[in-house]
Design a protein around this ligand. Structure first.
Ligand code: FAD
Length: 366
């Protein structure tokens, strides 16, 4: 049987791949998405918090999210400050539900989604790429296949080399947690190179931490440390997950003729915050537009355009180095609640939008 000919194959049905698929299909491309898992949204590996810029980038239905306007930032001894902003928010999400919704949107736009089989082979043929496992030939191939991209490997593109490792537990309820705040914990011993968090999501709570490669993440130790504040031992576990977060900046090269990487596969993740969904939305959608222009209207090669639009992450890569060294815990305890620390935290969390005065650091609750 001769192979099915399509315009675009996207490997990976998550944030980047599904937005790209929806955009490309709406612009008239015959689009196929291939997902290794049994369905989009299965066994997700992310906390799934959308920063406001992500929510501005792509419209999503309100039932999958919850707006959080404030952050409670804790030092290692659990002293804390509250930061808030009237005009800025985070959306915590029912991530699995949201991804399923994106998949429905991509299908409605005309994309075909094949689930349950991993792409393992792809070779160049005249005019595009062949995927013999699926009897498909495509004019263009996109790797939206995450941190350890198979597409990057098959086409000799750049690969992520530096990672944070995240662990997370979802609880049905945590009655002791303030549900209007995102709780973040600075602690170089427990979360070396990153943070720990307690996030109120729509209908459940997420508790997690991430560390760099110097320290193995130990979520049990964090739960023991904050048990008195949140009372996990009386709560029921809903799910557990783990995952790698690329933190070395964009990979290079991220494109070759007729092949492009987006999302985590391209290293489109803030090296400082580990947030990748906003960039998956932005460059996923942009890739869909550029590939459609390229294939239907003689537009320039998408990789060429994207290389001029992509962030450099210069400052954030520098701050990643500071976080990797890990400021000592006594220093966090000393500076929590000081004006420079609060200023810095506002830059990171609200991107300078906070006008609300910061409350002074308070002692841990008994
Ligand atoms: C613990 C943790 C917490 C995080 N929290 C946040 C957060 O709160 N906010 C935020 O912005 N970012 C967060 N991130 C980062 C964020 O999850 C990613 O940046 C985002 O998921 C990237 O989306 P993506 O579509 O590029 O890739 P992914 O979401 O990784 O999806 C890749 C998809 O490709 C599929 N796939 C892989 N290989 C193949 C193959 N060979 N064939 C077919 N399919 C394949 C996978 O099954 C998967 O569905 C977190 C990451 C982790 C690990």
């Amino acid at each position: 049987m001769s192979p099915r000919a399509v315009d675009l194959v996207i490997v990976g049905a998550s944030f980047a791949g599904l937005i790209c698929a929806r955009t490309a299909a709406l612009r008239g491309l015959k689009t196929v998405v291939i997902e290794a898992k049994e369905e989009p949204g299965a066994r997700i590996h992310t906390t799934g918090i959308l920063v406001k810029e992500a929510a501005d980038e792509v419209d999503t239905p309100p039932q999958f999210s919850r707006a959080i306007h404030g952050v409670r930032l804790y030092s290692p001894s659990l002293r804390h400050i509250d930061l808030s902003s009237r005009d800025y928010y985070f959306l915590t999400t029912d991530t699995a539900g949201l991804i399923r919704w994106f998949a429905d949107e991509a299908r409605r736009a005309g994309a075909d989604i094949i689930c349950g089989q991993k792409v393992e082979q792809a070779t160049r043929v005249e005019g595009g790429v062949s995927l013999p496992q699926f009897n498909l030939e495509t004019r263009y191939l996109v790797g939206a296949d995450g941190t350890r991209s198979t597409v990057a490997k098959l086409f000799n593109l750049g690969r992520n080399e530096r990672f944070l490792t995240g662990l997370e537990i979802e609880y049905h309820d945590l009655p002791k947690a303030d549900p209007d705040l995102l709780h973040c914990f600075l602690d170089t011993k427990l979360a070396h190179g990153y943070l720990a968090w307690v996030a109120p999501a729509p209908g459940f709570f997420q508790v997690g931490l991430a560390t760099n490669d110097r320290v193995k993440p130990d979520l049990k130790a964090f739960l023991a440390h904050t048990e008195n504040v949140f009372g996990y031992s009386a709560a029921t576990v809903k799910e557990r997950r783990s995952g790698l977060i690329p933190c070395g900046g964009p990979v290079s090269p991220f494109a070759a003729p007729n092949v492009l990487l987006i999302g985590d596969a391209a290293g489109h993740v803030s090296p400082l915050t580990g947030g990748g969904i906003r960039l998956a939305f932005r460059y996923g959608r942009r890739a869909g537009q550029l590939i459609a222009d390229h294939l239907t209207r003689h537009g320039p090669p998408p990789g060429q355009v994207l290389s001029k639009e992509m962030p450099g992450f210069g400052k954030k890569l520098l701050l990643r180095k500071v976080m990797d060294i890990g400021p000592p815990n006594w220093l966090y305890d000393m500076i929590i609640g000081t004006a420079p620390m609060s200023w810095f935290a506002r830059q990171v969390y609200f991107h300078r939008r906070s006008e609300t005065p910061v409350k002074p650091a308070s002692e841990p609750e008994p």
